[in-house]
Design a protein around this ligand. Structure first.
Ligand code: ZN
Length: 138
């Protein structure tokens, strides 16, 4: 991933944050995921009065990419609070693991981000491929 990729990915996450629908938490989140083919898909958090129906920005972005037929990713950027680095929730970490998205860029503002490895965010992630005939493989 080049510096240009990083700049574009983080900027798209920041733009997506502006579209967030978060009337309950007022915590706006945007995400952007970069595919191996160089495409970027974005998502924002979409809350609901029935909280369980809410959707995180990260899963929204990955869902958009998958809907477009993309399943191979290089990185995902997430832009949450402007004063803190937001990290993906547990459910989103599982989705990152499912699609083997190797790194997450946590963005505060333009040019202000940190890179985390997905394997550090969710060590020993569950994978259906680890289970065959009821036996768990390493
Ligand atoms: Zn989440």
């Amino acid at each position: 991933m080049t510096e240009t990729d990083i700049e574009k990915l983080t900027e798209e996450a920041l733009k997506a944050r502006e579209k967030a629908y978060a009337p309950y938490s007022r915590f706006l989140v945007g995400a952007a995921v970069l595919t191996e083919s160089g495409m970027i898909f974005t998502g924002c958090n979409v809350e609901n009065a029935a909280f369980g129906c809410s959707l995180c920005a990260e899963r929204n972005a990955v869902g958009s990419a998958v809907t477009a037929g993309q399943r191979c990713f290089l990185a995902l950027a997430v832009a949450g609070g402007k004063d803190q680095y937001a990290t993906p929730c547990g459910m989103c970490r599982q989705v990152l693991a499912e699609f083997h998205i190797p790194q997450v860029l946590c963005v505060k503002q333009k040019g202000d981000y940190k890179i985390l490895k997905t394997e550090d965010l969710l060590p020993c992630a569950f994978s259906g491929s680890q289970i065959r005939n009821g036996v768990i493989y390493e």
